[in-house]
Design a protein around this ligand. Structure first.
Ligand code: SF4
Length: 493
């Protein structure tokens, strides 16, 4: 259904759209036009004295909320959209008689960026807490979590070179053994698309090699490499070796602090592949069980069992590689007891890094169409509180987090690590403090100015593997963007 909002003076439906979707997840917001019903009204005034916002509901029952702030003129411009969002949010809470949501109006993917900006503006301690509570409506648990994350990140940021642009490279292998129930990643099941692998690898190797050659004269360092997907270890051993061989020159030329291989499905790992990975410079491997409950693994179509998780982890430890493991909170039919049991079992496997995702019901997933029992927002909240406690008690500290659309309970995904074992790549991709160059189908590149962290440009490789293979200008475009970021003459005409 369409809901119409009458704005005055200007239409701001994009400003409040994500707040609207928190309360009307299956509906659409539209700016009111003559001839349509007026469900809500937002009036605002911005001048040198401050901001005044009024939100009115004409739908179900008449309610009015007003908010005013006396801000200095320069602050007004940046604050008035936030105040419009906050006023509308409060109106919705009152209309639906709901408790505030954990993250309040901080609906974006990267809540930490807002906190970093406030800290950069010297808002600290209790003043920061009060500001987050009053102006964003974030609850105390989340304030506590986000402050710990931000603190850990600021310690890592000190290691970013001020003199030389650091870049991080992502390599996409969009193939998987099967499709997990909750997945919306535009990848290919290897059984059905086996014939595509060889051509895809050729195109990918070309991209990796051409970038290496073209970047040779640029003053950059590759700080981290990440082979992800999909499930890169679904490649055969010779195919994996071909890929690692092409990447190896980067390992030799640059001062690489971290080189990760995603081996998400334990059934795709064996000693031969891991040996190879280590010999070509891999330092970190991700093995992602998602749950340690046999029954749930079957429900989510993972096609492997718990014993394979144990075997894969034992191989990673045997080779002294760093280990990342991912879990999902909120999987079908799981309760708090099963979630905490999985977390304890994963901790016993001694990973350096554990990421606790929250299930998100993605539009393109098979899960969206199924009738399964999912936890309520209250249950999800309890699961997170319990998970957080166990992880912290065992020495794992939160160091990165992000949020997604349609995430259960309006929660977040958060990464924990043992002291000093944080994944550089995870932080840089989420916090946008360094440039990321993506190779392969669907890979995104983001060019970040090292002096002010502004996004200089973005570039998306085609998602479809065949269109990707045929695209001509991938490296030329990326090198030219990198040159303009570095204020160098274009190297590739
Ligand atoms: S392993 Fe990851 S990318 Fe592959 S289907 Fe499962 S969730 Fe999707």
């Amino acid at each position: 259904m369409n809901y119409y909002v009458k704005f005055s003076p200007e239409d701001l439906e994009k400003t409040i759209e994500d707040i609207f979707l928190l309360f009307f997840p299956n509906d659409q917001i539209r700016a009111w036009m003559p001839g349509t019903q007026c469900h809500f009204e937002i009036n605002y005034k911005v001048n040198d004295q401050g901001i005044a916002v009024e939100a009115i509901s004409h739908w179900q029952r008449k309610i009015r909320i007003t908010e005013t702030r006396k801000e200095k003129e320069y602050e007004v411009r940046s604050q008035f959209r936030r105040l419009v969002r906050l006023t509308f949010y409060k109106l919705m809470l009152k209309l639906f008689n709901e408790d505030p949501k954990p993250w309040g109006i901080l609906t974006g993917v990267r809540p930490t960026k807002v906190i970093h900006r406030l800290l950069d503006n010297k808002l600290i301690g209790k003043d920061l807490d009060n500001y987050l509570k009053k102006e964003f409506y974030i609850n105390e648990d989340k304030i506590d979590l986000v402050k710990q994350v931000v603190q850990a990140q600021r310690n890592l940021f000190k290691q970013i070179s001020k003199d030389q642009t650091g870049i991080n490279i992502y390599i996409s292998i969009p193939f998987c053994p099967s499709r997990c129930l909750y997945c919306s990643f535009p990848g290919y099941e290897i059984k059905k698309f086996k014939k595509r692998v060889a051509n895809y690898l050729e195109a990918l190797k070309r991209e990796i090699k051409e970038f290496y050659l073209a970047a040779g004269c640029l003053d950059v360092n590759v700080d981290s490499l990440y082979i992800g997907g999909g499930t890169p270890t679904v490649l055969s051993t010779p195919q994996l070796e071909e890929l690692l061989y092409i990447v190896e020159p980067y390992v030799r030329r640059y001062n690489i602090r971290e080189y990760t291989l995603e081996a998400g499905r334990p059934d795709t790992i064996d000693m031969e592949k891991l040996h190879l990975a280590k010999n070509y410079g891999i330092t970190r491997v991700s093995v992602n069980p998602q749950t340690m409950q046999e029954k749930t693994l079957g429900l989510i179509d993972r096609c492997h069992d718990i014993s394979q998780i144990h075997e894969a982890v034992a191989l990673v430890h045997k080779l002294n590689l760093k280990l990342n493991m991912d879990l999902i909170v909120g999987l079908p039919e799981e309760d708090t007891q099963l979630v905490t049991d999985s977390i304890e079992k994963v901790i016993n496997l001694k990973p350096h890094n554990i990421t606790a995702h929250t299930l998100a019901i993605k539009t393109a997933s098979k899960l969206r169409k199924l009738e399964v029992r999912l936890p309520t927002p209250i249950e999800i909240s309890k699961m997170h509180i319990a998970a957080n406690k166990i992880l912290r008690d065992k020495g794992y500290k939160p160091y990165y987090l992000y949020r997604q659309k349609r995430i259960l309970g309006d929660m977040e995904n958060s990464g924990y690590s043992l002291d000093g074992e944080e994944s550089w790549y995870n932080v840089m991709i989420m916090e946008e403090r360094q440039t990321i160059i993506g190779f392969g189908a669907g890979a995104a590149s983001k060019f970040i100015n090292k002096d002010n962290y502004e996004i200089h440009g973005v570039y998306y490789n085609p998602k479809d593997s065949i269109i990707y293979e045929q695209r001509q200008n991938l490296i030329k475009d990326k090198i030219n963007l990198l040159c303009s970021l570095l204020k160098e003459e274009k190297r590739w005409q």
